[in-house]
Each structure stands twice: as C-alpha cells, then as structure tokens.
Design a protein around this ligand. Structure first.
Ligand code: AVJ
Ligand code: FE
Length: 436
C-alpha cells in the first residue's frame, strides 16, 4: 500500500502542476505581446512579469531549494523578487520579453518534473513529504493565475475570455437569511492537511461564543439598498480611514460599477451588463464591507467565526476539510477554478452547504473578515519567512473561502488570504454576522 500511496501523491502533484500551467497559458496566450507587456493598472504587474515570476519562484524554491540544482538564470532573480520591486515600477524593468518568459517558465517546469520523478514523496524531508513543495509551487502559480485574472478584469478593450454562466440558486424556499452557530469550542487550522501552508498551521482549539451569520454572501441588490440609503454619504457608517478613502476617491459604489439612466451597470471582463441583484457583491474593500455591516445593524464575522461556520460539525465535534465534508471540491459543490467568470447567485450550491446551513462559504467571492492577519499559536514559518510571516500584523485583513477565480488546490476550509483594507480590485465580497 505504501507504493500505491506514493504513486497517488505523485499523480496528484503532477495533475496540480499541469492544471496550473494550462490556466497560466490561457491567461497569457489570450492577449497579444503588447498587452502582455503593458501595465493595465498601477495596482498590477504586467502579465509577462507574473509569467516569468512563476518560473523564477519555481526555480528558486524547487530546483535550487529542494533539489539543490545550479541556478539557471541567476541574473534575473532580482527582477522577479516581489519585495525588491513594487508592482507600479515593474513595467520599467528590463523584463524578459514574452517569448523568453514563456521559454524560461517551460524550461524550469521541465526540470521540475524531472525532480518530481526522482524524489521520494513518502517519509523523507519535510519539504517534499506528501509532495508539499510541489503542492506549494502549484498553489503559488494558481495564486498568480488569480492575480492575472484580476489584471484581465482591469484591462480595457473587448472581452478575450468567456465562460458559461454559473448554476442558479436552488432549494431556496425555506432558506433563512441567517443561521445560528451555537457557542463552544472548535478546532481551527490544521496539522494534517498535507499541502496546507504555514499560516494555516497548527490545529488549535478556539472557544467561539454563539453567533448568527448570513446564510449567503451579501448580494448586489442588498448593497444597492445601502447605496440608495445614502451609504456612501453618511460618515457614521464608516471607520475613520474608510471615510477618508470615500472622500479622497469620491467613492459611490463598488469598483467597476457605474450608473446610467438610473440603472446600475458594471463592467466585467470587457462587457458591460446590468448589475445582477441576486449575485454576491464583488469588488468591495474591507472598509465598504465594514460600513455596510454597520448600516445593517450587524458586523463582519471574525476569522474564527467564519471558520467555525464553515468547518465545525456539531454531530462529530470535529472540523471538516470543507463545509460539505472531507471530499475535494467538485463542480456541483462550489464555484472555483475560473470555470465561471462570476459568482453564482446567492443560494446556489445547496449541496455545498455547511452543517450550520450556510451556503457558498467556499468559492464565489473571497469574504472579508473583521480579523487582522496574525499567526496561530505555535506558528512556525515554513519553508520561507516571506510567504506569510512578513505580512503578519494589523495592516492586513483576512479574507476567507476563495472566489470563483481561485483553483481548488489553493482553497480549503483552513486557507487564509489577506490584503490591505482599501483593496477592491480583488474578487472580494463578504457576509455579515451578529452575536447570538
Ligand atoms: C496570499 C494572495 C496575498 O498575491 O500577495 C503570491 C500570494 N505570495 N506570491 C499575494 C502570493 C507570493 C499572496 N496572497
Ligand atoms: Fe508570487
């Protein structure tokens, strides 16, 4: 059985790497070289930077770090170091042109697959045990694929990406607007998920007092009520920094929305459409989510509340890998993997619901929580401080659950994302909560 397990691990790692590269190819082959090297927003890198950065991280972390191979192109390391060059400055760097960036990423990948072939994944060094290093590389690439999809959303010009519409809401007749999660301890984080990143570890018990949480993410329709009730013009709903942001940038609605003849429209991957009232709201900052919640007489859930709603099974007392159980995500359970280029309507994915009755905790939109990004008790940076540790602190807020744009390999009940509270180009939404 040990050999079978090792073979299964290898297949899983290989599949994750291939899936990621297919997505990267789609996102970078769907625009011409001019668009690959252009900067579509000062918030984002040129797509060609992401492409070579994916290859460079794979070279640094896997080829040099794990396999001890000699550097392929050490002279480009600095160009693709995210800490050395802020995004806004990347277009002015002497980046590899598109053909070279593609060839470099492909060369690195060929060698990485050789390393995968020749490495024992069972037992062994912590870095390669259960294929962790390969899983981490696949997750890193998929995270950049989500970043590149954000760049696609920010680019102007006609649509180049298409996807089928997501499933409709179902079995919503008796769906309550909020569900109760009774107070008591639950297990947060994981010590067993093989590809969990350092910030998700270790598993630890948290006592969470009872609370109620929205059954689904907050919809565009609900957010329009906030707007129409003067949400963006009344200081009392806003955190001071949020109010300053509203005033400075004259915000009146989520990013990509505009009004025409009294109707709210939005731009989504190159098309303009009526804002769909029943769909989870997207492209809101933490400050907008926080203000909406205050206006609604509610609050954002804490990160621990979110995870308890998503994972705690009161029948067994244990925490599930996902809201629906321990099985990996599938198309009927959650909207992930860029299969659809938008969230599904609130109330979709009845089969993906959690034990407390909440839906769409995984997939559709990243959900802002009220919590700062902080280490769990017993945290230790692995394998590099730069993945999570340098971002801990009050500057970053935690987002949970993953969006339609994130691949299943980089999304699970314990997965933690973080960003600045002003960010709204990301695929972010939220749900609200209140004390029981
Ligand atoms: C976890 C999404 C915040 O994009 O900055 C990519 C992921 N880390 N390359 C980011 C990441 C290094 C990270 N987030
Ligand atoms: Fe990166």
């Amino acid at each position: 059985p040990r050999e079978v397990d090792a073979e299964a691990l290898r297949r899983r790692a290989l599949a994750a790497l291939l899936t990621a590269r297919e997505r990267t190819a789609l996102l970078t082959d769907s625009v011409d070289d001019d668009e690959l090297t252009a900067q579509h927003s000062p918030l984002m890198s040129p797509l060609v930077w992401d492409l070579a950065h994916i290859g460079n991280q794979e070279e640094l972390w896997l080829l040099r770090g794990v396999a001890g191979r000699e550097a392929l192109r050490p002279e480009i390391d600095g160009l693709y170091d995210a800490f050395e060059h802020p995004r806004a400055t990347r277009p002015s760097l002497p980046l590899l042109p598109p053909a070279e960036a593609r060839a470099y990423a492909a060369e690195v990948r060929g060698r990485a697959l050789d390393v995968l072939d020749g490495t024992a994944l069972e037992g062994g060094r912590p870095l390669v045990r259960s294929g962790f290093a390969f899983g981490m590389i696949a997750q890193h690439e998929q995270q950049h694929d989500e970043t590149m999809l954000i760049t696609h959303q920010l680019r102007s010009g006609p649509a180049v990406l298409t996807a089928p519409v997501p499933p409709a809401a179902s079995d919503t007749a008796d769906l309550p607007s909020e569900v109760l999660v009774p107070g008591g301890p639950f297990t947060m984080g994981t010590s067993t998920e093989p590809w969990a990143l350092d910030n998700e570890r270790p598993a630890h018990v948290r006592d969470v007092p009872g609370f109620l949480i929205d059954t689904t993410p907050v919809t565009c329709g609900a957010f329009q009520e906030f707007i129409e009730d003067g949400g963006y013009t009344e200081r009392r709903w806003w955190a001071p920094e949020g109010w300053a942001m509203v005033r400075e940038h004259e915000l009146t609605a989520p990013l990509f929305w505009h009004q025409d003849a009294g109707q709210w429209l939005r731009r989504r991957f190159g098309i303009t459409e009526v804002v769909p009232a029943g769909e989870p709201v997207l492209h809101v900052s933490w400050y907008e989510a926080d203000a909406f919640a205050r206006w609604a007489g509610r609050r954002l859930p804490t990160e621990a509340e979110w995870e308890k709603a998503a994972r705690h099974d009161p029948a067994s007392g244990r925490s599930r890998r996902y809201p629906w159980g321990d099985e990996d995500p599938a198309p009927e359970l959650a909207n992930l993997g860029q299969r659809h280029l938008r969230p599904a309507p609130a109330g979709a994915y009845a089969r993906g619901g959690s034990p407390c009755g909440a839906r769409q905790l995984i997939g559709d939109v990243w959900e802002w929580t009220s919590s700062d990004f902080l280490p769990y008790p017993g945290f230790s940076a692995f394998p590099y401080r730069e993945y999570s540790e340098v971002f801990f602190g009050p500057a970053h807020k935690v987002l949970r659950g993953g969006s339609f744009a994130v691949d299943p390999v980089a999304c699970r009940g314990t997965f933690r994302n973080w960003d600045l509270p002003v960010r709204r180009q990301i695929f972010s939404g939220f749900r609200t909560a209140r004390d029981a």
